[in-house]
Design a protein around this ligand. Structure first.
Ligand SMILES: [Zn+2]
Length: 242
């Protein structure tokens, strides 16, 4: 599943907060940004003291460790690239932080179970003069011109943490639901947490995504899965509080 267009405020207030661990710890190795022909992606390394960043809480019953980050975007002609619509509104770019349930050995295995994968979704919106500057995200965007061709990668030498990818997003404010991977086979293995308030990013930075190319040389644009019907799934909302 499934980006959603409608939501139920079922059991409002019954979800606890998300709990992040090691998100603010520097990674042990420089990050490598890769063009895999479909998106720009980063494999998450362990942190300097050994453990991977993890998340639990919200709709999650287990602890999930971070594995990778990738992006979905639209086109230079103004198509929006987010996979989710929040109250009918889509955003320019959607960033996904993919985690695997620690009780499973690897991603392949985790993807076979309904509680195998947890994804955090962060919206990015183009604005002309952003008031906030996100040093970590901008370091990533600035490397995009180095991975124009499919199959290429670039190293980000500056020290980053996974928290940098959250920017200043309000992690107490989210929608959560059980759905699927948004790329084939779209297995029903993902618990989604979607932060509705976008990070505001300059057009210069976002347009770097449009330069990336697929294996056949054509631009990677509109690399999002179309909105899917909710099919009666419950979508949970948590807003504010602690
Ligand atoms: Zn994704």
């Amino acid at each position: 599943l499934t980006p959603f267009t409608y939501y139920f405020q079922s059991q409002a207030g019954s979800l606890g907060p998300l709990i992040f661990k090691n998100y603010a710890k520097p990674f042990a190795h420089p990050l490598r940004l890769e063009n895999n022909g479909r998106t720009a992606s980063i494999r998450i390394p362990e942190t300097s003291r050994g453990p991977y960043p993890t998340v639990t809480g919200g709709l999650l019953r287990d602890v999930y460790e971070a594995q990778s980050v990738h992006f979905h975007w639209g086109s230079p002609t103004g198509d929006k690239g987010s996979e989710h619509a929040i109250n009918g509104r889509r955003y320019d770019v959607e960033l996904h932080i993919v985690h695997k349930n620690m009780k499973y050995g690897n991603t392949e295995e985790a993807r076979r179970y309904p509680d195998g994968v947890a994804v955090l979704a962060i919206m990015l919106e183009i604005v002309d003069n952003p008031k906030q500057y996100y040093p970590g995200l901008n370091k990533v965007f600035n490397k995009l011109p180095r991975i124009v061709e499919a199959g290429t990668n670039a190293t980000i030498n500056q020290q980053l943490t996974l928290s940098h990818f959250l920017g200043d997003v309000d992690t107490k404010n989210f929608y959560a639901y059980k759905g699927s991977l948004t790329t084939p086979p779209c297995a029903e293995a993902v618990t989604w947490h979607v932060f509705p308030k976008p990070l505001l990013i300059s057009r210069d930075m976002i347009s770097k995504f449009f330069q990336l190319r697929q294996n056949n040389g054509t631009p990677i644009i509109n690399n999002f899965r179309p909105l899917q019907p909710l099919n009666g799934r419950a979508v949970y909302r948590r807003k504010g509080g602690r």
